[in-house]
Design a protein around this ligand. Structure first.
Ligand code: SF4
Ligand code: MSK
Length: 646
C-alpha cells in the first residue's frame, strides 16, 4: 500500500516505507490482515453479553431480528454504546483517581518528590469546594482537597461537585432529565448492571444513562484529574514545543514516555536534567539525554514544559523503528501490545510502570509515589545502558513541527484578556462582532482505518479558513502540531477576522489545550464564555461544536457523549461510528436527543463536509443569539441624546 494513503504525515510515510523494506509489520498491516472485519460488529448489532449468545441482528431486516433473549437491534446497539461510554469513563476516571491518590500522598508528606506548583489554583478549587483556606498551611488545605477529591469517585450521596461549574440552566436541565452524574463508580457500575442480560430494555432509557455516565467522566473524573494535575505540576501557559519523529536525537540517549499519566513522566523528565545522570550518559558515549513524549503523556509534558513530542497513537511503532529509542517507558492506555515483539527487533528497552498495565515478557519498573524521582532515575539509567547496545545508525526522519502550546482556560483568559486583568470579554466580543464565528474542539485519536492525521488536519484547515477558532487535545493536537497548525504563522491560513486577532495577540488559530482528560478544560472554557455574557444562558446557546474524525477508543465515545449531554454538537466519522445508521438508536442520537439536551451527534466521512456542517451549525446558533444581524448605524441628534435614559 502507498504510504501516502496510510498517513498524511511525511515522517510517518518515510517510516512506513522503511518498515516495509525491513519486512517489519505495523498496525496498518495488521488491519489489512483483519479484512474483512465483521460488519455486524461495525454496526453495533452484535451481542455477546450472555452465554445464550453471541447473537447478531440483521440490520437489513432479512435475517434474525432478535437475540435469543428477545433483545432487538436497538437494545443491543444501545447496550454496546453505553458499555463503551462506561469503558471510557472508567479509563479517564481511574487516571483521575490515580492523580488524586498521588495528590493526597503529597499533601500528607508521603510523596516528597511532588509539590504544589500552582498555589493559586489550589486555593481557588479549595474555596469552590467550601474548604477553609484562611490562615491554614497549603499542605493542610491540600489534604482536605485530596480527601474530598478521592471521595468524589465513590460517594454514596449527592452529585459530582464539579457539575456546579455548569451554567444554572444546564444544571437545571440535567436535574429535570435526572442525568446529573452522582459518582463515577456508581454510574459505571449501574451502566454494567443496566446492560447485562434482561435489565434495561428501552434503548432511550439506556442512552439517557449513557449521558449520565459520560457526564461523570467529563464533569467528574476527567475534570478532577486535570485540576489536581495543574496544582501538582503547574497550569499550562503558552510555550514553544517541537512535534514529530525528528525530535529524536541520533547522538543522545532517547527516552520516550508513552501513555496518559504525568505522574512518572514528570519525574523522568526531571531526572533527565540531573547532572550526575547527564555525566553517566556522556560516559556511555552519548551527547546528552533527550526525553520525548508519545500520545497523551506527551501532551501533558508538552503543554506544561514544552518537552518535545515524538508522535501520536499511530506513531508509536514508527518511533521504535527509527532504532533511536533507547527506552520506551509506558504507563496506561493506548499502548499497542505489538510493542513487546517490535522492540525485540531493536535494542529498545520497553518498560511498563503501572500495576494496572503489565505486558507479558516485558520488564516492569513499578512507579512508586513515595520514591517517584528515584523511579524516574532508574528509567533514565536503563536508557543509558540500552544506548550502549544501539545497533547501527538510527533512521530518524527530519520532520519537526514548530508549535506554541499550553492554552488552558486560564491561559486563554490572560492571552485574550490581558496579563493583569484576565477575562473572556475580548473572546466573547470578537465572537459577537463576528471576527471569530465560533469555537470548535477537534479532539481524539488516529485510526489506521482512515488516512493518519488527514481527517483532523483537513477539518482544522477548513474551520480556521472560515474564521472558526479551533481548540484541540489528544492525538488530534499532535496531528495539528506536526503539520504546523499550532504555530502562530498558521494564522496566514485563517480567514481575515481570525487572522487579525491571531496576529494582534500573537497566537495560533489552533489552540493546543492538552491531553484526553483535558477535554474538561474545553467544558470550563465554554462555561466561562456563558458566564462572561452576551452568548446566551446555557452551553447549548453557544456557537461551538466538537469533532473527532479518527476515533478509536471508548474514551472518545465517552467524550463525545459528555459534550452532547452538555449541549454541544459533536461530529464523528460515519464509518467509525459503531451504530447502524438505520437504527432507532442512530435516529435518537443524531436527532431526537436534541430536544432533550439541546445538542446531538452528527456523522460524516468527509472532513470538508464536516466543516460545512459545523459552520452551518455555528451560523444557526449565531442567528438564534441575534448576533448575525447587521446593526444599523444611527447618528444621534441632540434631541435623540436628551431622550436617552442612562
Ligand atoms: Fe444474545 Fe440476549 Fe445474550 Fe445478548 S443478552 S448474547 S442478545 S441472548
Ligand atoms: S492517546 S485515547 S489514541 S487521543 Fe489520549 Fe490518542 Fe485517543 Fe489514545
Amino acid at each position: 500500500m502507498d504510504p501516502k494513503k496510510r498517513s498524511s504525515d511525511p515522517a510517518a510515510q518515510e517510516m512506513l516505507k522503511h518498515m516495509a523494506e525491513a519486512g517489519i509489520e505495523n498496525a496498518w498491516d495488521r488491519l489489512d490482515a483483519q479484512q474483512p472485519q465483521c460488519g455486524f460488529g461495525q454496526l453495533g448489532v452484535c451481542c455477546r453479553i450472555c452465554n445464550m449468545g453471541p447473537c447478531r441482528v440483521d440490520p437489513f431486516g432479512e435475517g434474525a431480528q432478535l437475540g435469543v433473549c428477545g433483545a432487538d437491534a436497538d437494545t443491543i446497539i444501545a447496550r454496546n454504546f453505553l458499555r463503551a461510554v462506561a469503558g471510557g469513563c472508567s479509563a479517564h476516571s481511574d487516571h483521575g483517581r490515580g492523580v488524586a491518590h498521588a495528590f493526597l500522598a503529597m499533601a500528607k508528606g508521603e510523596a516528597p518528590d511532588y509539590g504544589i506548583k500552582d498555589r493559586k489554583k489550589l486555593l481557588a478549587v479549595a474555596k469552590e469546594w467550601g474548604i477553609a483556606v484562611d490562615g491554614r498551611p497549603d499542605k493542610d488545605i491540600a489534604c482536605d482537597l485530596g480527601e474530598m477529591a478521592l471521595a468524589e469517585f465513590g460517594k454514596p450521596h449527592g452529585v459530582q461537585r464539579m457539575t456546579a461549574r455548569a451554567p444554572a440552566a444546564r444544571q437545571a436541565l440535567w436535574k429535570k432529565l435526572d442525568i446529573t452524574p452522582r459518582a463515577v463508580d456508581r454510574e459505571v457500575v449501574e451502566a454494567l448492571h443496566r446492560t447485562t442480560m434482561g435489565v434495561d430494555q428501552d434503548f432511550r432509557s439506556i442512552l439517557r444513562h449513557a449521558s449520565r455516565c459520560a457526564l461523570a467522566d467529563g464533569w467528574g473524573g476527567s475534570m478532577i484529574g486535570t485540576e489536581l494535575q495543574d496544582i501538582l505540576f503547574g497550569t499550562p501557559y503558552p510555550r514553544r514545543g517541537n512535534i514529530n519523529l525528528g525530535v529524536l536525537k541520533a547522538r543522545e540517549v532517547n527516552v520516550v514516555v508513552h501513555g496518559h499519566e504525568p505522574l512518572l513522566s514528570e519525574m523522568v523528565a526531571l531526572a533527565s536534567t540531573q547532572p550526575d545522570l547527564i555525566e553517566e550518559a556522556r560516559q556511555a558515549g552519548a551527547a546528552g539525554i533527550n526525553v520525548a513524549g508519545m500520545c497523551c503523556t506527551a501532551n501533558e509534558l508538552l503543554v506544561r514544559h514544552g518537552i518535545p513530542v515524538a508522535g501520536n497513537f499511530l506513531s508509536q511503532e514508527l518511533a521504535v523503528s527509527t532504532g533511536a529509542v533507547d527506552v520506551l517507558c509506558v504507563d496506561i492506555q493506548c499502548i499497542m501490545q505489538s510493542l513487546s515483539q517490535l522492540t525485540k527487533c531493536y535494542h529498545t528497552k520497553l518498560i511498563t510502570t503501572s500495576e494496572k498495565a503489565h505486558m507479558e515478557g516485558v520488564e516492569h519498573v513499578q512507579m512508586d509515589e513515595g520514591r517517584a524521582l528515584e523511579t524516574g532515575r532508574t528509567i533514565i539509567r536503563k536508557a543509558i545502558e540500552a544506548f550502549k547496545h544501539r545497533r547501527g545508525e538510527p533512521h530518524i526522519p527530519n520532520e519537526v513541527g514548530q508549535a506554541v502550546v499550553g492554552f488552558s482556560s486560564e491561559a486563554i483568559t490572560y492571552m485574550l484578556g490581558g496579563r493583569f486583568r484576565g477575562s473572556y470579554r475580548p473572546l466573547n466580543d470578537n465572537i459577537i462582532n463576528g471576527r471569530i464565528r465560533g469555537v470548535v474542539g477537534v479532539v481524539g485519536c488516529t485510526n489506521p482505518k482512515v488516512c493518519h492525521d488527514e481527517g483532523h488536519t483537513t477539518l482544522v484547515r477548513e474551520l480556521i479558513r472560515r474564521d472558526i477558532l479551533v481548540v484541540t487535545t489528544g492525538c488530534a493536537q499532535i496531528a495539528c502540531g506536526k503539520s504546523g497548525l499550532l504555530a502562530p504563522e498558521a494564522a496566514q491560513m485563517a480567514g481575515p477576522g481570525l487572522r487579525e486577532i491571531c496576529e494582534t495577540v500573537g497566537m495560533p488559530p489552533v489552540l493546543a489545550v492538552g491531553s484526553c482528560v483535558d477535554n474538561s478544560r474545553i467544558l470550563v472554557a465554554c462555561c466561562e464564555m456563558v458566564r462572561e455574557g452576551g452568548l446566551g444562558e446555557d452551553l447549548s446557546d453557544l456557537p461551538v461544536a466538537g469533532a473527532c474524525l479518527e476515533h478509536i477508543t471508548e474514551k472518545a465515545i465517552a467524550i463525545g457523549q459528555y459534550f452532547v449531554a452538555s449541549g454541544i454538537l459533536v461530529v464523528f466519522a460515519g464509518k467509525l461510528f459503531p451504530i447502524s445508521p438505520t437504527s432507532g438508536v442512530a435516529k435518537y442520537l443524531t436527532s431526537e436527543i436534541e430536544a432533550e439536551v439541546g445538542a446531538k451527534w452528527a456523522v460524516t466521512d468527509e472532513p470538508v463536509k464536516a466543516a460545512e456542517l459545523i459552520h452551518a451549525h455555528i451560523e444557526a446558533k449565531r442567528d438564534a443569539l441575534g448576533i448575525n444581524k447587521t446593526r444599523e448605524r444611527k447618528l444621534f441628534s441632540m434631541e435623540d441624546r436628551q431622550k436617552l435614559q442612562v
